[in-house]
Design a protein around this ligand. Structure first.
Ligand code: FAD
Ligand code: MG
Ligand code: MG
Ligand code: MG
Ligand code: MG
Length: 552
């Protein structure tokens, strides 16, 4: 059976006697980065401050371009063309950087130490364990697969998180065709073996189904003419629609396309158990009937979970009852000094405007009169918008240009003359928090967070003097960092057959062949430079990078 990496990690044993790794330079402050995925490498690529010594620790000595992973499952793209060795990136740095291939097993935030274990197959006789101390820790370890404790999933399903997963899926698909071609296998058994089930109608599942469909119809039908008519692909989704994070037009387009192509879409059915030959689903409606469905290969892609050692760390820092590791808007782990968390392992605990409303009002009310003039109000507007992204989203949803419009909607103030009180202020802003959203677990977010944090470290000397950051409305100076702000550059849903649906900022949706060029232009605007070593195929469901604009 398949065991995800985190579950296979050995428990720490000798840890208390493990040696502490020496520093390269005792005069420099040391940053330890955990993880070589989107967040960790994007930090590393963008860090320029030579005043630090950096140690990057990850069980994977390469970066993987995950958007092309689904294409690796069917051989459209070779595995080696989507990875980049970390030591190549390290080599080019003007900062002291060391890479160590190991997994962190425990964070001891009280003593600024982490405990590591080499995952290499070796006979190191105990030398595989060591301790690393840090001045700053950046946690960028990504997420686990999430089985929701569904019985049989770990043992029987494939996952698609790592390059090895994609390669294993590819072998398994071919194996299914070979097995179904054996002379001894009954027709019914052939049908079962060639039934490919995809659990989860998110972008990964959908893209895999589309890739598999193309692979079967373009290549495998020619190689296995005897069994081609027995192939079936089913997507099982508990919700009402697939791709529910996308625009409705994209969802319907995908659903209709799959229907035409004979990909079976079973929405409203939740997988409750998996055995080696059957998947048990429960209808979400109509009395919750449970039925069994024979299958040959299953991909589980229903979302992500927290790694066990991160859960343990959360308990240490008083976040035991949270679902994900929470940071503030500057990406600092809440309740823990000098530790940052970025990418899929973290979530920003965005402040609510209504919780801070009294403080904001006080700050705006410079003359302490208990009322604000429109001029006083306008002076804090910029800071409010910067600190609370939900305000901008709310204005956009109401098609308003600025916060003055918001105030005009609920009070009768007009420019310059009328003053208003805290109750008016509360009323005007009462609904903005409804627009608060967690950022999605995407490479786009992870990469932007890595860039942001590197920029902060590049200017850390300033930040140390002003540890509270750019809370400018709370009365601080000019040189502070702004909080992290995500810039959504658009989303792409590759649907197979060279069709891609694109959803760009400004409610712009494009479906069809022509969407492909957008994909390239998005790459051109990426903060992380990536040159696929062959002609790019497939696609990416969200474009990546730290800045720039789409389609330019
Ligand atoms: P990861 O990239 O997962 O990196 C985590 C790193 O931490 C890895 O190097 C891992 O080895 C390391 N690590 C794990 N455990 C430890 C430990 N104990 N100690 C130290 N290091 C550890 N996003 C998009 O925006 N667009 C897409 O098109 C897209 N397509 C995707 C397709 C697939 C198939 C998948 C699986 C994901 C896709 N994503 C896409 C999502 C995107 O890959 C993730 O959001 C992104 O990888 C998150 O970056 P990260 O750095 O937080 O985590
Ligand atoms: Mg990472
Ligand atoms: Mg990655
Ligand atoms: Mg995140
Ligand atoms: Mg006043």
């Amino acid at each position: 059976g398949y065991v995800a990496y985190a579950e296979a990690t050995p428990e720490p044993k000798l840890i208390s006697s493990a040696p502490v790794i020496d520093r390269v330079d005792n005069k420099k402050q040391k940053i330890v980065v955990l993880g070589t995925g989107w967040a960790g490498t994007s930090f590393l690529r963008n860090l320029k401050n030579p005043n630090y010594e950096v140690q990057i620790i990850s069980p994977r000595n390469y970066f993987a371009f995950t958007p092309l992973l689904p294409s690796v499952t069917c051989g459209t793209v070779e595995a080696r063309s989507i990875v980049e060795p970390i030591r190549n990136i390290v080599r080019k740095k003007n900062v002291d950087v060391q890479f160590t291939e190991a997994a962190c097993l425990k964070i001891d935030a009280q003593n600024n130490k982490i405990y590591c274990h080499s995952n290499l197959e070796n006979n190191l006789d105990g030398q595989e364990e060591f301790v690393v101390d840090y001045d700053y820790l950046i946690i960028a370890v990504g997420a686990n697969v999430n089985t929701f404790n569904t019985p049989g999933v770990m043992e029987n399903c494939h996952f698609l998180k790592e390059v090895e997963d994609a390669q294993k899926i590819r072998r398994t698909v071919i194996d299914c065709f070979e097995k179904a071609s054996l002379p001894t296998v009954s027709d019914e058994e052939k049908k079962r073996i060639l039934h490919f089930a995809v659990v989860g109608g998110g972008p990964t599942g959908v893209e895999f189904a589309a890739e598999l469909h193309d692979f079967v119809n373009e290549d495998l039908v020619k190689l296995y003419p005897g069994v081609k008519d027995l192939v079936r692909i089913t997507i099982l989704e508990a919700g009402d629609h697939i791709l529910n994070m996308f625009d409705k037009r994209i969802t319907s387009f995908a659903e209709e396309k799959f229907q035409r192509e004979g990909i079976d879409l079973k929405t409203g059915s939740m997988v409750v158990k998996v055995t080696n030959k059957e998947i048990f689903t429960k209808e979400m409606k109509n009395g919750g009937e449970v039925s069994a469905m024979p299958y040959g290969m299953a991909l589980w892609s229903t979302g992500i979970g927290t790694r066990p050692f991160i859960k343990d760390f959360m308990t240490q820092v008083g976040q035991g009852n949270r679902r994900a590791l929470a940071t503030d808007e500057w990406l600092r782990v809440e309740g823990c000094d000098k530790v940052y968390a970025i990418g899929d392992c973290a979530t920003i605990n965005q402040r609510k405007v209504m919780e801070d409303i009294a403080a904001i009002f006080r700050k705006a009310d410079k003359d302490n009169s208990g009322t604000l003039t429109i001029d006083e109000y306008e002076e804090v507007i910029k800071d409010i918008c910067e600190r609370y992204p939900q305000v901008e989203l709310y204005l956009k949803s109401k098609q308003m240009k600025n916060m003055v419009d918001l105030l005009k909607e609920t009070t009768d103030v007009s420019k310059g003359n009328v003053e208003f009180n805290i109750e008016d202020f509360k009323t005007a802003l009462s609904k903005v928090d409804s627009q608060m959203k967690n950022l999605p677990a995407t490479a786009q977010v992870a990469a932007q967070q890595g860039v942001y944090l590197a920029k902060c470290f590049n200017r850390m000397e300033e930040a140390e003097k002003n540890p509270e950051g750019p809370l400018r409305f709370r009365g601080e100076g000019r040189h502070r960092f702004r909080p992290f702000r995500y810039k959504h550059l658009g989303q792409f849903a590759p649907l197979g057959g060279e069709q891609t649906a694109a959803q760009l900022p400004g409610d712009w949706v494009s479906i069809g062949h022509s969407s492909q060029w957008l994909w390239y232009s998005v790459y051109a605007s990426m903060g992380v430079i990536w040159t696929p070593r062959r002609e790019a195929v497939g696609g990416t469901w969200a474009c990546l990078g730290s800045g720039g604009h789409c389609g330019s």
